[in-house]
Ligand binder design. Structure first.
Ligand code: SF4
Ligand code: SF4
Length: 410
């Protein structure tokens, strides 16, 4: 692994002016208002789907839905550029106007290296598996943000079209820093993707980032500084921010590959005016490995992931322009989800980087990082070992050992 300067990072990824787009075009939101796409989604009721088949039973559904219990925290809106209904009601109750306030006594942040260490330790204590810091880079902000104040559920697609409004995203220049966190998604549950049961790892991941950032937001405000919580996937493209914060590198499947957990993570960004020391972007052979691999492109049931070399051409208005990468066609992906009435995430589970953080896999990662010529061999070995094959869930509740899950550490 090697650290990059920001100039080296720019040279590798940025080929033109970055073209920001409206948050309305983020695929979950776009499905709600874009009539052309909405009509292609034959069925989006998979969040209610219950069947006798293992992976789709009532208890599987219950585990998945309950795992999303903390997602509500992201809708409170105390620390957003807008104020949601819930946030408004809360502030009315406690007699405040505007978004949540911070403590008046400020921490002396003169020693930003120490402050950064304090913030990273607190974030880890609050549940983050990885923490990095970067400078605010407005190129990754959405041009407009969606105001969900009518009480809409951003995670649920309604059968009726919604007239979704967005407004220019304006942030104070005071927010000079971003704290980027990653929460691991459960390795064992991910094996059951693309069933309801497998989807639990994703739902749980969203809950955990909402929870972690709820605490972390309160922590920074108690230090006397301001913070904006971008969970979940709001206001900013979190992959380039996570790259600049040194958490990992972008892969063919469009996701961030971290060294410890591969792309089996959920990301979040917090903006703050607390002075911090930025981390450096890192490189550990992901781009080269993906050139040889293409496994996610082969396995993607909707052909949303492209083959060949990286490109700056974008397949849809929901992709950011000016960046050299493998762009994923979110319309094809979401259309597939709507057609088969389930979520997917196969592009995460089949990825050879998606392994538990054991001594053996750390050794393999070290080898892949130091012997590029052997990439095709690692890819073959991964397939021979049967990694990434969806697991049958018929005996899940008899065999499951949740006490062995890393999630229990939180
Ligand atoms: S979630 Fe499934 S359909 Fe969508 S890009 Fe990944 S593999 Fe393809
Ligand atoms: S499956 Fe292969 S090509 Fe796809 S992201 Fe993972 S390493 Fe890259």
């Amino acid at each position: 692994m090697k650290e990059q300067t920001l100039e080296e990072w720019e040279e590798k990824y940025i080929v033109d002016d970055v073209k920001r787009f409206d948050e309305k075009y983020q695929m979950f939101l776009r499905c709600m208002w874009d009539a052309e796409i909405h009509k292609q989604l034959e069925d989006w009721s998979f969040r209610e789907r219950v069947e006798e088949e293992g992976g789709y039973t009532l208890e599987d559904r219950a585990l998945n839905n309950a795992s999303g219990g903390a997602i509500i925290l992201q809708n409170l809106g105390f620390d957003k550029p807008y104020l949601t209904q819930l946030g408004y009601m809360f502030n009315q109750m406690i007699g405040k106007k505007g978004s949540g306030s911070r403590r008046r006594t400020k921490m002396d942040a003169g020693d930003s290296a120490r402050t950064t260490n304090v913030v990273k330790k607190a974030a880890t204590w609050f549940g983050a598996d990885l923490v990095g810091v970067c400078k605010m880079d407005k190129r990754w902000l959405y041009s407009h943000c969606v105001d969900p104040s009518p009480g809409m559920n951003l995670m649920r697609i309604s059968s009726d079209l919604i007239d979704l409004e967005s407004k220019p995203l304006e942030l104070s220049e005071d927010y000079q820093y971003a704290i980027v966190t990653a929460n691991e998604m459960d390795y064992e549950l991910m094996k059951y993707v693309p069933s309801t049961l497998g989807g639990t790892a994703t739902t749980d991941g969203y809950s955990r980032i909402a929870l972690t950032n709820h605490y972390l937001t309160a922590f920074i405000k108690n230090l006397g500084y301001d913070v904006i919580d971008c969970s979940i996937n709001q206001f900013v493209l979190n992959v380039p921010m996570a790259m600049q914060a040194g958490l990992g590198d972008i892969a063919r499947n469009g996701l961030l590959v971290t060294r410890k957990y591969g792309c089996r993570v959920r990301l979040n960004v917090l903006f703050t005016n607390l002075p911090l020391v930025p981390d450096k972007p890192i490189e550990f052979g992901v781009t080269e490995f993906c050139k040889s691999c293409e496994f996610c492109a082969n396995k993607c049931p909707s052909q949303a992931i492209c083959y060949g070399e990286r490109t700056s051409e974008v397949p849809t208005e929901s992709n950011v322009g000016g960046v050299l990468k493998w762009p994923v066609d979110g319309i094809k992906c979401r259309k597939y989800w709507g057609t088969v009435n389930k979520m997917c995430a196969l592009c995460i589970t089949v990825c050879p980087f998606n392994k538990p953080d054991t001594a053996f896999h750390r050794f393999v990662r070290w080898c892949t990082d130091h012997a590029r010529w052997a990439d095709p061999l690692y890819i073959k070995a991964d397939q021979w070992m049967g990694y990434g094959k969806p697991k049958k869930a018929d005996n899940f509740w008899e065999e499951w050992q949740p006490e062995k899950s890393r999630r229990m550490k939180v």
